[in-house]
Design a protein around this ligand. Structure first.
Ligand SMILES: [Zn+2]
Length: 1203
């Protein structure tokens, strides 16, 4: 319906008393002042509500309206078919005699009336479930009696009236019948409801009084007041599948639907946020897919919560295979993922695989409860109306303690249980598997079958898909234990682990330094150890009751699984604690070490990272890190290192792609070993070293995992496209510098240089930047050849090399190419990618054979024996290479576009080399956005910033690009603008840009513009006597740094600025002396070395600077501690003089070059497409790029500290 249909009518005033957009008059009818006895009998005497009490302020559940809508035959009442509708007169409200014409609609859930048939939102809704009687009251009138109020309607004629009564009675009866059936099933009562997700008072524009608003499931209900809410008599509800929520101002927000905009206003900002969140959640729920739910509900027993019996439960525990209601789901979560893994039927779409749905259909609540709830005493059972504590108690008893379960006959006999499990999983008997598993059978028990070592493998072999699914979801489940102590409340409902594990193991005394050498057996002592209720304790022996020591699991920050035989005991692992201590434990059997590791891991890993527990990790722990686009805030994450893959789980539980460490573009430690920076193509991660010991361990482990581990191709550091970085670096360098070099790849370089270059590249190619002048092309070319010649397994692999050589004998060219293509497809991915990269390179090299003399044949002579690792006496190897280069396009399936791109690149490289005399194009330049005159999209320029570029050169670069000629006395300069501080700083012409770029915060940018005060500053400096300045300025420090809380304004202080210090004096006496105070007699209150100051023009308005001539000064000491303060001068001239002095002192000379070069410094044409693009991936938008540039600050900790 179009909005205009609704609005005019809604806006039409109907009453002077209420400025309502809905139904002012309706409010009248319900005014408490109205006499219950009055003729219209618009409401009955107030009787105690038969509705169950509502939650919180309205104890109990929400009114029938809400639940009923949920219980309706369809998920949304949009789909509830209208049973009867038509015009009726409603009896007049209090104080009026005029009947009101209303469009009345009845569906299975509600009787509602509207102003007209076009309306979407009713003026009143009466839940069918609350209708106790419908009767005729004469005069074509009939009365709808609810538990609390009566509504009288008048029909056109008796026939119509009778039809309404009949229909209403029938629907109400049906509803009652349904309720009765349910009660007899003792599963739920009619009042069973979903908990309101959020309820409370909100102002709604157009209403004089606040309304009581309830967000429940996929609807938002409006009630006139809290009393009405309790009674269930509402104004209307809003289907959230058409809703959209938008914040408007501090307290206001709009709920927009196609039919109407509801402008709400909450009591506070906090309240508003909660409402917005609840409504957004409701929209998600409304839009969520109920397909899974419908399929699972197809099984009768799944239609009621397995724990409390609430109808239409739309949550589930996927390992226990029970369907549960939202309230029970909340309590399930508190039990921890080791007991129950809670997922939504409607929202967690990904988890619901075909197998899992089938498992739930086969299993069903009935089968689960036959086991879990076999012996529930009626006194302990819960119902839909049970409170949270009651629920919690029940669920702990049911699932964590297994108190009500049906014990398996083999209970207590581990071996028998395991054996029975191995047998059960090969059958379709899921009930048996369930009973065994939750009576103690080990999901990872040894089957004794080397082919199928685990029950999972057995199930797979037997083709038992559902058994597999069930086992998979219970891989990390803990069997119930009666003796467990109930966990205490913890923030984030982190379940205090109560895994119990005990046994003898070996340990060494705890350490405060990394273990650098092998520990002999004699250094370990045998201890009895228990892991229980979150404490790992070790005792002298198993008879002792007082532990020698203990570690609380929440103090554990890292767990390391050492390689076998790392120490004198076969299996060892390390535990790191918050207090920077390291414990080394050892066990004689790898299996029991694994058990211990698993138990400890399970006990200390947060539920949000439970997926890490399934990994065979070398190192697992928590660390603070920053990543993605949220560089402002460090968050805690859980990390697991497996091989060369680093898995990350953030605290918000969002899934993250694991990092492939060998493919990192950059891995470095910044800021005095405090931050580990990992740069991948799409993201950058900063791992902070909060504690020394475990961080150091992580750094070494990650560095090791990120480096090449062997001499085969796949063990190398790789590029994104799976080419070894070493190969990529060499090829790139030759492409940039050696394509026209005579005899490239044939001439031998210096042997010693080749050897050492290969060595550094193999150690860490990521850190090597090949530079012209430093590295000779022939040395690099030889390094590449040497790498391939010595490569383990060879580029063509030992297995396939003979086939390649054999293929050369094929006479039919087409058949040969076909054979090569097949052989290529057979190579491992890394070999295939590498071969393509290399042949592509050689193809380019031979394009320049006119200059380099290396045609295809010559290249083949060199590379054939190299790649096949032969002596070169037989030309077959060369033939392969020759064929690959000649048929490069066909064999590697290179399309025109790719070819064209390569041609363009080569052309550009050649042009660039011609243009550049020096040719010192370096890899790893930064690309930065610089604006001309002001920050606007039209004025932005992307500039590649080489390490040597000065502010002057950058200024010229920008002016050149915009074809602006610098005139005399046009003091074009580059400024660093800090938007947050509303301050800017002109860069000195000789300043290097790159370091500034490194430090730019996210709210800063560079702009090139004219420096208006330069002339005056130059005049001042030229005319000045001496090189120091002193005088009064108004000073203000950042409050928190002053330590005095109160003094937040600007205060007069006396300053002296000389060639090395800025000093501040409190005494005004010095001013009276009319001369600077002598340093010997007068101690400054503060002093700062000038070189460590960064002076910006401007003070942010929020601080209310006393004059508009101010500076913002940043100071950073040796320890990178930052301070920030503000100075204000009385006049512009004064400001200019101070600033000129600062600049002069800081730059040790002229502010402006005495002579400007006529033309700009020759610089090779910058082309972003070429060469090694910046370290920082050029990502989507500018602010992302800036973020990552900023994050590369020379000291990233400054960023981290600015939190
Ligand atoms: Zn429940």
């Amino acid at each position: 319906m179009a909005k205009e249909d609704a609005e005019p009518r809604m806006g039409r005033p109907r009453s002077v008393r209420f400025n309502s957009l809905f139904s002012e008059d309706e409010f009248g009818e319900d005014q408490p002042s109205a006499s219950p006895a009055s003729g219209g009998s618009s409401w009955s005497d107030r009787e105690p509500s038969l509705h169950p009490p509502a939650p919180d302020a309205f104890p109990g559940s929400s009114p029938g309206t809400l639940s009923d809508s949920m219980e309706g035959t369809s998920a949304t009442s949009l789909l509830s078919p209208t049973i009867r509708e038509g015009w009726l007169d409603k009896n007049p409200p209090q104080g009026s005699y005029i009947y009101q014409r209303r469009w009345v609609k009845l569906d299975t859930d509600y009787l509602r009336y509207f102003d007209s048939e076009k309306d979407t939102y009713s003026k009143r809704l009466i839940p069918v479930s609350s209708i106790s009687r419908v009767s005729s009251v004469g005069d074509q009138k009939f009365e709808v009696v609810t538990n609390n109020r009566n509504f009288v309607f008048r029909a056109e004629n008796d026939a119509d009236r009778n039809e309404w009564i009949r229909t209403l009675q029938q629907i109400a009866e049906e509803r009652k019948g349904k309720a009765a059936v349910r009660t007899s099933m003792s599963l739920a009562t009619d009042s069973a409801t979903e908990l309101a997700d959020k309820s409370g008072f909100l102002e709604l524009r157009g209403f004089k009084h606040k309304l009581f608003v309830v967000v429940a499931g996929d609807k938002v209900f409006l009630y006139k007041n809290a009393e009405d809410y309790r009674l269930g008599i509402g104004i209307t509800y809003i289907e959230m599948n058409v809703g959209n929520v938008k914040e408007v101002d501090r307290r206001g927000f709009d709920l927009t639907t196609p039919y109407r905009i509801f402008s709400f206003s909450a009591d506070s900002e906090q309240e508003k946020e909660e409402w917005v969140e609840a409504m957004q959640q409701s929209i998600t729920e409304a839009l969520s897919n109920s397909e899974v739910a419908e399929r699972i509900w197809a099984v009768e027993s799944n239609r009621f919560c397995a724990d409390c019996g609430s109808p239409k439960p739309d949550w589930a525990s996927i390992n226990l295979c029970v369907v549960i209601c939202k309230r029970c789901a909340g309590e399930h979560r508190g039990l921890g993922p080791g007991i129950t893994k809670v997922r939504s039927l409607k929202m967690d779409r990904k988890v619901w695989t075909e197998e899992l749905i089938e498992l739930f259909q086969r299993f069903g609540n009935i089968m689960a409860n036959q086991f879990w709830a076999a012996n529930v005493p009626p006194s302990e059972a819960i119902s839909p109306t049970s409170g949270s504590q009651e629920r919690k108690r029940f669920l702990i008893a049911k699932y964590r303690e297994g108190k009500y379960r049906h014990y398996h006959p083999l209970f207590g006999n581990q071996e028998e249980l395991d054996r029975a499990l191995c047998a059960a999983v090969t059958t379709s008997d899921l009930a048996e598997t369930q009973a065994l598993l939750f009576c103690g059978a080990s999901v990872t028990c040894d089957t004794g079958d080397p082919q199928c070592p685990t029950p999972l493998a057995l199930a797979e072999r037997s083709g038992q898909r559902l058994q597999m699914e069930f086992l998979l979801h219970n891989k990390t489940s803990e069997p119930p234990r009666l003796e467990m102590v109930c966990s205490e409340e913890k923030p984030y409902s982190v379940h205090l682990p109560s895994i119990t594990h005990n046994g003898f193991f070996y340990k060494t005394p705890s350490m405060v330094k990394p273990i650098s050498e092998r520990k002999g057996l004699e250094e370990f002592s045998r201890r009895w150890c228990t892991l229980q209720d979150g404490v790992l304790s070790y005792y002298e022996n198993d008879r002792n009751t007082v532990p020698n020591g203990e570690i609380r699991v929440e103090e554990i920050v890292c767990l390391v699984n050492n390689p076998l035989h790392a120490h004198g005991i076969e299996s060892t692992f390390e535990v790191y604690t918050e207090a920077d201590r390291l414990y080394l434990f050892g066990l004689e059997s790898p299996a029991s070490a694994r058990e211990w590791l698993k138990s400890i891991a399970k006990s200390f890993v947060h539920p949000c990272a439970e997926e890490l527990l399934a990994l065979d990790f070398e190192r697992l722990g928590r660390l603070h890190y920053k990543g993605g686009l949220t560089l402002e805030r460090a968050q805690e994450g859980w990390f697991a290192l497996v091989g060369s893959t680093l898995h990350v789980c953030s605290e918000d539980g969002r899934r993250q792609e694991p990092l492939q460490l060998r493919k990192l573009q950059e891995l470095s430690i910044q800021g005095d070993h405090e931050v580990l920076v990992l740069v991948e193509r799409r993201r950058t991660l900063y791992i902070q070293g909060e504690r020394k010991l475990d961080f150091l361990g992580w750094v070494h482990a990650i560095q090791k995992a990120a480096s090449s581990s062997g001499d085969t191709l796949s063990e190398q550091q790789l590029t994104e496209s799976d080419v070894p970085l070493l190969v990529d670096r060499c090829i790139d360098y030759i492409t940039q510098c050696g394509l026209t070099s005579e005899g490239i790849y044939r001439k031998s370089g210096q042997n010693s240089k080749t050897t050492s270059l290969l060595e550094v590249l193999q150690r860490d190619a990521r850190c090597v930047r090949l530079k012209e002048g430093e590295h000779h092309v022939d040395d690099v070319a030889n390094t590449l050849k040497r790498f391939f010649r010595d490569l383990g397994d060879g580029l063509f692999t030992r297995r396939w090399a003979p086939n390649w050589l054999w293929a050369t004998a094929l006479e039919d060219e087409e058949a040969k190419v076909g054979e090569y293509r097949q052989l290529l497809a057979a190579l491992p991915p890394v070999n295939r990618a590498t071969l393509k990269a290399l042949i592509n390179h050689l193809f380019r090299v031979q394009c320049f054979s006119g200059e380099n003399q290396m045609n295809t044949h010559n290249l083949a002579i060199v590379f054939g024996p190299t790649l096949f690792q032969t002596d070169g006496k037989d030309y077959k190897a060369g033939r392969v290479v020759e064929d690959l280069i000649s048929h490069y396009v066909e064999i590697f399936n290179v399309n025109d576009q790719e070819m064209k791109k390569q041609q363009d690149e080569i052309t550009a490289i050649m042009k660039m080399r011609e243009a550049s005399s020096s040719g010192t194009q370096q890899a790893g330049d930064f690309i930065c956005t610089v604006y001309l005159e002001e920050k606007k999209t039209e004025t932005e320029q992307h500039v590649k910033i080489p390490a040597t570029m000065t502010a002057e050169e950058l200024t010229f670069e920008i002016l050149d690009r915009r074809k602006i000629v610098m005139k005399e006395k046009d003091y074009w300069s580059c400024f660093e603008v800090n938007e947050r501080e509303e301050a800017e700083r002109p860069l000195h012409y000789s300043e290097k840009v790159l370091p500034i770029l490194h430090c730019l915060g996210t709210e800063s940018y560079l702009v090139v513009k004219k420096q208006m005060s330069m002339e005056n500053m130059l005049i001042y400096l030229a005319s000045r006597v001496g090189d120091c300045k002193h005088g009064m300025m108004k000073f203000r420090e950042e409050r928190n740094l002053l330590g005095l809380g109160l003094s937040t304004g600007f205060h007069d202080r006396y300053f002296i600025l000389n060639h090395s210090w800025l000093r501040l004096y409190k005494e005004v006496r010095s001013l009276r002396q009319r001369s600077p105070p002598l340093e010997s007699s007068h101690k400054p209150e503060k002093e700062w070395p000038v070189r460590n100051l960064k002076v910006y023009l401007g003070v942010k308005k929020k601080l209310r600077p006393p004059t508009c001539w101010g500076f913002t000064v940043f100071y950073e000491n040796e320890k990178h501690e930052k301070q920030q303060w503000y100075l204000c001068c009385d006049t512009q001239a004064d400001l200019r003089e101070w600033f000129a002095t600062f600049l002069q002192v800081q730059n040790g000379g002229a502010l402006w070059p005495s002579e400007r070069p006529r033309a700009r410094v020759a610089r090779p044409q910058q082309d972003a497409r070429l060469g090694n693009i910046s370290l920082i991936p050029l990502r989507g938008n500018e602010s992302e790029m800036r973020n990552s540039v900023a994050a590369f600050a020379t000291d990233p900790l400054t960023l981290l500290r600015n939190v």
